[in-house]
Design a protein around this ligand. Structure first.
Ligand code: DON
Length: 303
């Protein structure tokens, strides 16, 4: 497959959409990003990487890191995680509070904010420093030792973090959060504030295309756990638009309000696209269109 030619074709096909949508206004540091950016990268399972546009420019990964935190929590803590968080689509916005009360403080899935807070809480208990563990892991898998947190974004999220604080305190009242809420929130905001490029993310996510094998060939997850994460990405990875994403793209995917989306073709490659203009559910407008073009042009979907 000539990935380079394909990416150039896709960039051209979606050029009219680049700049549509809105940047995430509820996190002021993200609202300032130029919505006309667009980058896309593909990494094959052997680690060759191809890209177009702004594919080497770091951006705020935001909720994409929820996938990596989940993988690390499963790898170090095992299946008991699923007693604390479900794996069903929520059908509600990613920062919604409504289901939590009648479901007794157990979030629907690990990719809505409530579920990610539970995962980060467990990772914190398992490792003692959840956000640094995550950053180290991402540096190793991407092969980029310069990956870093953006302190301005972390600060901006913390200052405007009342809703995440409410989610965390509410779950703590049900005994589903173990660490002090302020500690948990710090790690969660740092986690969301990791900056990576499309190339970094496509490379770092390869263990999901390699059935659980890390870049160095060691095993992070069992084959079955890797399958489970891909399945939750497919059903819950793009918030309350996961059905639409499956319909258009047909791949496990995880988006973030920084405008990035990571997608996986199991056994074959990983993709990352970035364009900061979001639709009303928080997914990149040009990003979803580019992934739609990818699976349409190549036939590489899981269906
Ligand atoms: O907590 C927040 O709202 C952001 N740091 C992340 C949001 C995001 O990307 C979508 N979340 N699931």
């Amino acid at each position: 497959m000539d990935y380079q030619a394909l990416l150039e074709q896709i960039a051209q096909d979606v050029s009219q959409l680049i700049g549509s949508g809105r940047t995430a206004e509820y996190i002021p540091a993200l609202a300032k990003v130029d919505p006309r950016r667009f980058g896309m990268a593909v990494a094959d399972i052997d680690g060759n990487v191809y890209g177009v546009g702004d594919w080497q420019r770091p951006f705020s990964t935001q909720s994409i890191t929820k996938v990596f935190a989940l993988a690390l929590a499963l790898a170090s803590g095992g299946d008991s995680l699923w007693k604390h968080v479900g794996r069903e689509p929520s059908g509600n916005p990613f920062n919604s509070l409504v289901q939590l009360e009648y479901e007794n403080g157990i979030p629907r899935n690990p990719f809505i904010n409530a579920g990610a807070l539970v995962v980060t809480d467990r990772l914190q208990s398992l490792t003692g420093d959840a956000s640094s563990e995550l950053l180290d892991f991402l540096r190793q898998e991407s092969g980029n030792p310069d990956l870093a947190f953006d302190p301005q974004v972390a600060e901006s999220e913390s200052t405007h973090g009342d809703r995440n604080a409410a989610l965390a305190h509410f779950m703590a009242s049900y005994g589903n959060i173990t660490n002090p809420v302020p500690t948990l929130l710090d790690h969660y905001f740092w986690q969301c504030a990791i900056e990576m490029s499309c190339a970094d993310l496509a490379l770092a996510a390869r263990f999901l295309a390699r059935h659980g094998l890390r870049a160095d060939g060691s095993r992070l997850l069992t084959r079955s756990e890797a399958k489970q994460i891909n399945a939750v990405m497919l059903t819950c990875g793009t918030y309350d638009a996961a059905g639409e994403f499956a319909h258009r793209v047909g791949l496990p995917g995880k988006s973030g309000v920084g405008g990035g989306i990571v997608a996986v073709v199991p056994g074959r490659c990983t993709l990352c696209v970035w364009s900061p203009g979001l639709d009303r559910r928080g997914n990149s407008v040009a990003g979803v269109a580019a992934l739609d073009r990818f699976t349409t042009l190549t036939g590489l979907s899981v269906f």
